[in-house]
Ligand binder design. Sequence first.
Ligand code: PLP
Length: 446
Amino acid sequence: MSISIQEISSEKILALFLGNKLLMGVIDIYNTVSLSLIKPNTNIRQFGNSQRPIYSIEGNPRRFRTMASSTIPVDQVSKGKQQLTGDSFIRPHLRKLSPYQPILPFEVLSTKLGRKPEDIIKLDANENPYGPPPEVLEALGSLKFPYIYPDPESRQLRAALAEDSGLESKYILVGCGCDELIDLIMRCVLDPGDKIVDCPPTFTMYEFDAGVNAAEVIKVPRNSDFSLNVELIADVVEQEKPKCIFLTSPNNPDGSIISDEVLLKILDLPILVVLDEAYIEFSGIESKMKWVKKYDNLIVLRTFSKRAGLAGIRVGYGAFPLSIIEYLWRAKQPYNVSVAAEVAACSALQNATYLEEVKEALVKERDRLFKLLNEVPFLKPYPSYSNFILCEVTSGMDAKKLKDDLAQMGVMVRHYNKKELKGYIRVTAGKPEQTDILMECLKRLY
Ligand SMILES: Cc1ncc(COP(=O)(O)O)c(C=O)c1O
């Protein structure tokens, strides 16, 4: 196999030719430690009539395969001699990306545990076990135009959200879950290499999406009580000039909230603040959605997954300053919110009484769960403003084993692989009967 390498402008940029066909635009030779260029020798066959100097490439062929980014697969040019693997087409930063660790789907979990889904007490993903108001299922069962593309502007839903939030619909954009909006914001704001501030422990999707968008993540860990380290955030903003910061209130996984005083201090910095309020309904605190009219560097995200029991339908929404929202409109997928999602979310908002009752039931259950967990000798629960409780696992008990033991009994709680949370579990507040089963199972362990 012979390949010619043409130096274009610097030692960092090379054009690689196979015969007279361009195989790759640029490679970074600082990353090509296992490649070496060999002077032309008589054993090298030249493809075509190119007059370019011919070099061979010596070194680890696998490494070559994973680095080259080709416009045409080599095997189309020279059958059977050199094959590019599919991953050679993938953008280099994505080849290094660790996959997101989602929780197991219900059916998969059911098979794994050998239990029917309805016999599993699922307290691991902060889902709302009451589900949506009954009207939602009726509306989904009688969709009029499922064969027509949805409204790209989700007009009905945005009008309903305007009424629900008191913020005009021109500030509101809807997405396929809050998750889609996190990614959309990053796609609009970040160039590869730009920086974001993340304050762990927190929702891991910010770090994940930053990786997808080739951004650098600057971590400013929370204090031991999970409050934000505002001084360090200010220093990092000054020194590193990150483009945006992701804040979560209430924070997942501990359920703490951000005070207005702290939020105002951070809004005062030259940085875009994305405030994730996925769990705000359980906090008793008013959403900051309306603040986007005043602060041009604030975005507020919310979701139907928790408050309306629609996690499986995927509807999230955000409030944006007008100077930002127009670019999200341009960049978003036109049909990101399905007909089913819009209909479901609109029906849910029509039954405000149901939403309120379910929220109150979950808040009440969270407070009861806290008291009960506090009585368990090997758990130290943290007070929470959300629909979940983080517990430190103490007394020499292993948190991962505790999670596994509970799973064997059909009770799912969340455990984290991350270093800072290895000794913790997070328990979602469910229905009272689910709390009772959890407590019985915990009792069997002591
Ligand atoms: C803090 C936080 N934000 C956003 C989400 C995702 O919301 P959605 O289901 O709307 O994508 C979650 C899900 O658990 C979350 O914990």
